[in-house]
Design a protein around this ligand. Structure first.
Ligand code: AMP
Ligand code: GLY
Length: 426
């Protein structure tokens, strides 16, 4: 099978790495990829927004199967475009990707179908007065969200009215995230522990990969600004077998059913961002693709043929036995550029990558590029180091991951030293 992976982050490196192990793979290409994916296949320097060139490339290389990593091309319709050209695609149609790109769409589906989630109200930007009045009456803390895509940054937890009103101004008056702020959601604040579940689905049947837990805040002890994710571990013991069963029956299955029945069949990875509350699991949000960096923690725990799993989903006959969980655990720690998630500088040489030889470590490249003979930083989240074992010894995995991270350096390199703190406290 000739396969193309679309994207250039740590998640796409993890996808390409796992796909490259498949016995049914002939050729693997990554558009545009990064120096890490270049070791799994061939990088092709095209923009992920240039559908026409991607289509021509797929035809020339007789691509059978495309795996789309990130949300932006999915929302923009890349899956639909490639499917029209006869290529099988892992990734939802543009209309199904709205489950991530329009929070109000996801909330409506959940509420109408009894899926447990936070109570909410939505307001369009011409209803500033109504939104303000509601904020004056609601209970605190509350959560303000831009309806559209904002790279994980459009969510504001408001402790009090003053913060909420400032947030409302940022969203509605300053349009801080552009058209993503045309509508906002005001949500009840949920308490509990968060977890991520990836459901791989052909639109009807699904399997859940091992659970994981992301660390969204930039600072240790979960402080500071929200980021795309500074580290993850898998599995997340907060998702017990009983809770997983509830997640499947009360959240994943009904959402897939209503998507299908409403003409928005969801094929790909439905990522449920969950809060495990005292009342059981509640859905915080859905994403229309694999999580980053959770994927970098989850995939090393899979035995079997990951490519076969993804292809079977795209082909409408999900192979539930294609992969199995190996019983182990993993921790992925992200190293970022100084200043991320706000302004940061790029172009610093990354040293020490060749010092990593431990077979229980994978260094996933993210914001990295090759510059002549050098490997340099090229983004906010630069790389993710994952350590994994075949047992549940999170403590030793943590020591291994941090020992290896200390061998890598670049100017301004920052990483949290407390990834997996919740599981280690248990
Ligand atoms: P989202 O982009 O919707 O996943 O939100 C980003 C982060 O904000 C989540 O991972 C949570 O940590 C937090 N968050 C979002 N909605 C809520 C909520 N209703 N209650 C508590 N925390 C929330
Ligand atoms: N790690 C959070 C996300 O991928 O959205």
């Amino acid at each position: 099978m000739n396969v193309v992976v679309i994207g250039s982050g740590g998640r796409e490196h993890a996808l390409a790495y796992k796909i490259s192990e498949s016995p049914i793979l002939s050729n693997l290409y990554i558009i545009p990829g990064n120096p890490g994916t270049a070791k799994c296949g061939t990088n092709i320097n095209l923009s992920i927004n240039d559908f026409t060139s991607i289509g021509i490339f797929c035809k020339n290389k007789e691509i059978d199967f495309a795996v789309v990593g990130s949300e932006a091309p999915l929302v923009a319709g890349l899956s639909d475009y490639l499917r029209d050209k006869g290529i099988k695609v892992f990734g939802p149609s543009s209309s199904a990707a709205r489950i991530e790109s329009e929070k109000s769409f996801a909330k409506k589906i959940m509420v109408e179908n009894g899926v447990p989630t936070a109570q909410y109200r939505e307001f369009t930007s011409n209803k500033y007065g109504g939104a303000k009045k509601y904020l004056q009456e609601t209970t605190y803390p509350c959560v303000l969200k831009a309806d559209g895509l904002a790279a994980g940054k459009g969510v504001l937890i408001c402790e009090d009215l003053q913060t909420a009103l400032k947030g409302l101004d940022d969203l509605f008056l300053q349009k801080k995230y552009g058209s993503a702020c045309d509508k906002i959601i005001v949500e009840e604040f949920l308490t509990g522990e968060e977890a991520s579940i990836f459901a791989i689905t052909d639109g009807e049947n699904f399997i859940c990969l091992p659970s994981s837990q992301d660390h969204k805040r930039i600072g240790e002890n979960d402080t500071g600004l929200n980021t795309g994710g500074m580290g993850a571990y898998s599995p997340a013991p907060v998702v017990t077998d009983e809770i997983l069963e509830e997640i499947k029956t009360k959240i994943i299955r009904p959402v897939l059913a209503v998507m299908r029945e409403s003409g928005n069949k969801f094929v790909g990875c439905l990522y449920a961002g969950l809060m495990i509350t005292n009342e059981g699991p509640k859905a915080i949000e859905f994403n229309c693709r694999f999580g980053d960096p959770e994927t970098q923690a989850v995939l090393p725990l899979l035995n079997g043929d990951f490519l076969k799993l993804l292809y079977s989903a795209a082909n409408g006959n999900l192979d539930k036995e294609a992969v199995t969980y190996n019983g182990g655990c993993s921790i992925c720690v992200v190293a970022s550029s100084k200043g991320y998630p706000e302004e940061y500088k790029k172009g610093f040489e990354i040293k020490g990558l060749n010092n990593i030889t431990d077979p229980s470590i994978i260094v996933y490249h993210a914001g990295i590029k090759q510059d002549g003979g050098k490997i340099i930083t090229n983004g906010g989240r630069v790389l993710g180091v994952t350590a994994f074992t075949l047992n549940k010894d999170y403590q030793s995995v943590k020591s291994i991951v941090y020992q290896n991270l200390s061998k890598i350096s670049f100017e301004g390199m920052y990483y949290r030293r407390d990834i997996a703190h919740r599981v280690l406290k248990k």
